[in-house]
Structures are given as structure tokens and as C-alpha cells.
Design a binder for this molecule. Structure first.
Ligand code: GLY
Length: 373
């Protein structure tokens, strides 16, 4: 193994739960076993819960590496897609962990995108009242957002992420090389979350992301254009998220800002029966919200158009065909909605957003305002 480490590993420490590191470096997947046993020294077994799409490029090498580090592996391959993130798959996962005789000293390894991380995390959070888990995200979306911060969940028929737990992982390993095999379209989903961090916290970061899609490599698509900047991009997003999570682990205050575009985005996903992916829905949700923010006097039209233009550069949608009535009905089922009011994340500039509590009765009008100019 000596000599394999060429670059410096970037480490973002998250002081939540027992505290854990997010490690970022090209080639890190080859160290999955070594890094896992460092944080779970008593583990004898790893239950690898892997997305069907991630298994072929990554499943066997990661399991081989865990094995080399002294862990025996049990394997559960998930059907890909949000429509499997449900109670019945969750029950299968619990049965798998029990049948594999995992003990409290052992570890669950979530290998895949956001759906895998959410479900494996929830199974780990609840099996034996909680065992350790390691996140190995294989999509950009999961690297910059869902693998960090300890939100685990499954969907219920009434809406997304309606059953879950806050449970921080023991370690997150982000290897940008894993993104090479990601379909362009799935990579774009992650770009929506990356752009979200710019809208929330940094105009400078947002403009850098825009410039990358205006440069010489842009014609080949975001995956190619961003390929040499992924460690920086992931580190920047994870650091921003870490700062938020450390202040508000349980999503009672500032962490709600991370839901920019999500209230309307979840509604779009739900209305589409999850045929519209999370990233595309969040992109459209951010655009709807920003147009509404202009009409309600929070945001300049110039900044809203800047957001639209940048989403388009990334090949992301800026609108939806669902009606305000359909979307409002779906959003009312969102878990973040209390009975009479709902918190919206409203941009007041690229780089700054407010949490605005509105009456539920006004939600449809906000959506209507944002559907078009
Ligand atoms: N994905 C939003 C959050 O972790 O709070």
C-alpha cells in the first residue's frame, strides 16, 4: 500500500454526533477498508448496502478492500431509484442485518447515492437501536449533501422522507474518481445541489461555478467541465454544510436553509411520481422560488435571471408543468410543514437567503407567483 497516496487527503471534521471526518481525495475508495477499521476498530463484519447502479463499478473493489482490512462482508444490493426508498425495502434491510448476525460492534457501509445513504443510514440508526455506519457516496449529490449531516430516512406514500432519524455516520469517504462512471444526467443532479450552496452562502462560489460552464470545456457538459475542480467543489460544499450542521444538528433553525428549492422540489418529485429526479426538481424548485422572491420584493430580477441562466448552462430545468394547485397540495404533505404555517427559504441575493414563515393558506399564491415571469 505504501506509495499509493499521491495527493493530500482533504479532511472536513464535523462536530456532530460523536464527531466524524469527511475525507475527500481521488483514489480514496481503495482505502475504504483501512479507513473504516480506523473508526470502527472492534468491527468484525461490514454489511455493505449498495445501489444496483454502483455495484458494478464499485461494489467488488470496496468489498475486497474491506476484506483486506480484516472485515468479513455481507452484501445487499438495492434496486436503484427513489420509488424503492420505502417501508418494504427498509424492512428487507433490517431482516438482512439480522440474518447477517451483525452485532453492535459491526458496521454498515452505505455505498451509492442519496437514496442508498438515506436508507442504509436509517437501517443502521434503528437496527439494535443503532450501530455505526460509514457513508461512501458515489454520486455528486450524495458527496456534497446527503451523506453529510446525519439525516436518514425513507419515504411514505404521503411524501418524501416522512420517516427517519438524525444519526451521524462514523465516517464519510468522497472519491471524485467514482464520479467518472456516473451518467452525465445523474452528475447534473448533483450540480443542482452544488449551485444551491452558492445561492445560499457565496456569490463568489456561484460565479466560479457559472464561469466553469462558460469556459472552453463547457460544450462537453458539466461532468467534463468540472472534472479538475471536483475536490475543491466537494470540500467547499461540505465545509459550508458542516458549518450549518454544527450549529443546528436537528434542523430547528439555520439548517432549514439547506432546503432551498426543496419544498417546491419535493412537491414536483411527488407530483411526478418520482419520475423527475431530486436534483432536477430542486433546480426547478429554486427557480420557482427565486421568481416568487422577486415578485414578493425579496430578490432583484437580475439575480433571479442569473440563477435561471446558470441552471440552464448546467442543463437543469428552470420550471415545471405542474399547476400551483397540484404543487401546493403536495407541499402541504411535506414534513417541514406545520399545520398552519410553512417555512420557505427565500433568496434575497445570490449568496444569502432568509427563512420566511408564511401562512399555509398563502402557499399556492407563492407558487403561482413563481411558476413563470
Ligand atoms: N439535505 C438537507 C440537510 O441535510 O439538512
Amino acid at each position: 500500500m505504501a506509495g499509493k497516496r499521491k495527493q493530500k487527503t482533504r479532511t472536513v471534521h464535523v462536530n456532530a454526533g460523536a464527531g466524524y471526518d469527511v475525507l475527500i481525495r481521488e483514489g480514496l475508495l481503495s482505502y475504504a477498508g483501512e479507513e473504516t477499521v480506523k473508526v470502527c476498530p472492534k468491527a468484525g463484519k461490514a454489511a455493505v448496502i449498495c445501489d444496483g447502479n454502483a455495484f458494478f463499478p464499485h461494489g467488488e473493489p470496496v468489498e475486497g478492500d474491506l476484506y483486506d482490512a480484516g472485515l468479513s462482508c455481507a452484501q445487499f444490493v438495492l434496486e436503484p431509484g427513489e420509488d424503492h426508498k420505502n417501508v418494504s425495502t427498509y424492512a428487507e434491510l433490517l431482516a438482512f442485518l439480522a440474518d447477517s448476525h451483525l452485532t453492535r460492534d459491526d458496521v454498515v457501509v452505505a455505498l451509492g447515492g442519496g437514496v442508498t445513504g438515506d436508507m442504509a443510514g436509517f437501517a443502521a440508526a434503528t437496527y439494535l437501536r443503532g450501530i455505526s455506519y460509514v457513508q461512501i457516496p458515489t454520486t455528486l449529490l450524495a458527496m456534497v449533501d446527503s451523506s453529510v449531516g446525519g439525516k436518514t430516512a425513507i419515504d411514505l406514500p404521503a411524501g418524501k422522507n416522512l420517516a427517519g432519524a438524525f444519526c451521524q455516520p462514523s465516517l464519510v469517504l468522497c472519491d471524485p474518481l467514482a464520479l467518472r462512471t456516473l451518467p452525465e444526467d445523474v452528475f447534473r443532479d448533483g450540480c443542482a445541489e452544488v449551485l444551491k450552496y452558492g445561492v445560499l452562502y457565496s456569490r463568489e462560489f456561484f460565479l466560479e461555478l457559472k464561469a466553469l460552464m462558460e469556459g472552453k470545456d463547457a460544450a462537453k457538459g458539466p461532468k467534463y467541465a468540472l472534472r479538475n475542480y471536483l475536490e475543491d467543489i466537494i470540500e467547499t460544499c461540505v465545509t459550508m454544510k458542516r458549518d450549518v450542521v454544527e450549529k443546528d444538528e436537528f434542523d430547528r433553525g439555520g439548517r432549514k436553509r439547506l432546503n432551498l428549492g426543496h419544498t417546491f422540489g419535493h412537491a414536483i418529485e411527488l407530483c411526478s411520481g418520482y419520475r423527475i429526479s431530486h436534483g432536477k426538481a430542486v433546480a426547478a424548485g429554486m427557480a420557482v422560488m427565486s421568481r416568487a422572491a422577486v415578485k414578493k420584493g425579496y430578490l432583484s430580477e437580475e439575480d433571479a435571471r442569473l440563477l435561471e441562466e446558470t441552471l440552464r448552462l448546467y442543463g437543469l430545468p428552470t420550471g415545471t408543468d405542474f399547476t400551483a394547485e397540484q404543487l401546493a397540495q403536495a407541499a402541504r404533505n411535506d414534513k417541514k410543514a406545520s399545520q398552519r404555517t410553512i417555512d420557505l427559504i427565500v433568496p434575497r441575493g445570490i449568496g444569502a437567503c432568509d427563512i420566511v414563515r408564511i401562512d399555509m393558506a398563502d402557499l399556492q399564491e407563492w407558487i403561482e407567483a413563481g411558476l413563470a415571469w
